[in-house]
Ligand binder design. Structure first.
Ligand code: TRP
Ligand code: SF4
Length: 400
């Protein structure tokens, strides 16, 4: 058996920050050795909400892939590619649109939420409503088993599973299945054929489970059938259909969420992020400016780390020993906040230094990222095309 296939994507809407690293990228890197991983730049997805920002998408695409590689993604192990170079995603989005009820899309929670959050943008577009459908196509076109995502994407995985189920239900039969099955019954011969029909009725109308076993034994004993015919009749008795698009599973990213500098979720749109490319002096400045427990107005006021965004960063970056020192020092007013922040500044800079060195190396090789994406696209295309052949055939699209 081959390795399980993993697929995930990220929207190129700005530079990668430490929230992306701890919330997703680190996990992508960990998965690449054990699984067949496909990671892509979701530039069409970025356009659904940032359609008036094309230059940002263009620039972010190459910077983002550079950051992925610097964070440890290995193009020898993982397939790294660009969504907009893959017409199969668009084709599958179109075809799945035929069977996706509008209500399914309208009730995805992120649809209303995002429209609320991004009030300054007009998101009453067809593309924005179709976002989860396009995401379903991204996943199903690779028949991926696992999709590493954060909590916020779970509803998109759910609709992906529903769409796959509906697709298999409607199209999971070979063309002419009924006629072929009837022909195979005839080939079984008068007596065996009649018995098969009786068993099929007894299973389908009365749910007699033993009828399936008896029919299988009967088919196994029948010398007149080819293997394909036998398989077809085994499937026909239960009404089973072919699984053309398997249902994927969410692989919830385990790491805790990195909190932004202002205590909200870290996000480039809130301007509260530390980028992977952040120079050390800027890391220092940003962390030193971070708000702390509001109760610590003066140096001698004790604080409560639970009410301090700096503490959430210590939980990701600091050893148990340092965390004990913080807890003790904070609650007893034994240390000041700037003192508390110093080990954090050092830890973040220590984590970023090798990545920034790799970014410089990659950027010194012009064309390198282009080449990584081009060969990733070529590899991804083979898998996607395999799926599309089955999908087109199942949906009655003739090959001239
Ligand atoms: N919607 C995802 C996000 O905003 C990005 C994405 C697009 C994706 N297509 C995907 C993630 C397919 C996983 C699988 O983060
Ligand atoms: Fe926050 Fe540290 Fe200050 Fe306590 S000492 S309030 S944990 S920054």
């Amino acid at each position: 058996m081959g390795k399980d296939r993993v697929l995930s994507g990220m929207r190129p809407t700005g530079l990668m920050h430490i929230g992306h690293f701890h919330g997703a990228l680190k996990n992508w890197v960990a998965l690449q050795a054990q699984h067949e991983c496909f990671y892509f730049v979701a530039d069409w997805h970025a356009l659904t909400s940032h359609y008036d920002d094309p230059r940002v998408i263009e620039r972010s695409t190459f910077d983002m892939v550079t950051d992925w590689l610097a964070a440890g993604l290995d193009p020898q192990q993982a397939t790294i590619f660009l969504q907009s170079q893959m017409p199969q995603h668009a084709e599958l989005t179109l075809l799945l649109g035929m069977i996706t009820p509008l209500g399914w899309l309208e009730r995805v929670p992120t649809y209303k939420e995002q429209q609320e959050n991004l009030k300054e943008k007009d998101l009453t577009t067809y593309g924005f409503l179709g976002y989860p459908l396009m995401q379903a196509a991204d996943i199903l076109v690779y028949r991926a088993q696992h999709v590493p995502v954060g909590e916020d994407q779970v509803s998109h995985l759910e609709i992906t599973r529903e769409i796959a189920r509906r697709f298999n239900h409607i199209y999971g039969r070979e063309p002419g299945f009924e006629a072929n099955a009837a022909a195979a019954v005839k080939k079984l011969g008068g007596k065996a054929g009649k018995r098969y029909e009786a068993l099929r009725t007894s299973y389908q109308q009365d749910g007699v489970a033993e009828a399936v076993d008896e029919a299988k034994a009967l088919l196994a004993a029948a010398g007149s059938l080819s293997a394909a015919e036998r398989e077809r009749l085994e499937a026909w008795i239960t009404g089973a259909r072919r699984t053309i698009l398997p249902e994927p599973h969410a692989l919830l990213t385990p790491t805790s969420k990195i909190i932004g500098l202002d205590g909200r979720k870290m996000s480039k749109s809130y301007g509260n992020a530390i980028d992977l490319r952040e120079p050390p002096a800027s890391v220092e400045k940003k962390v030193r400016r971070m708000p702390t427990d509001p109760a610590r107005v003066h140096r001698h006021d004790p604080g409560n780390p639970e009410r301090c965004p700096v503490w959430t960063l210590h939980q990701v970056y600091s050893s148990e020993k340092t965390r004990e020192w913080v807890w003790q020092g904070c609650t007893s007013a034994g240390i000041g906040c700037l003192e508390c922040k110093q080990p954090l500044i050092d830890a973040i800079n220590a984590e970023l230094a090798p990545m920034q060195a790799r970014i410089a190396e990659i950027e010194a090789k012009p064309g390198y990222v282009h080449d990584v994406l081009a060969s990733g696209c070529a590899r991804a295309r083979q898998v996607a095309e395999d799926t599309m052949r089955d999908v087109r055939e199942a949906m009655g699209l003739a090959k001239p």
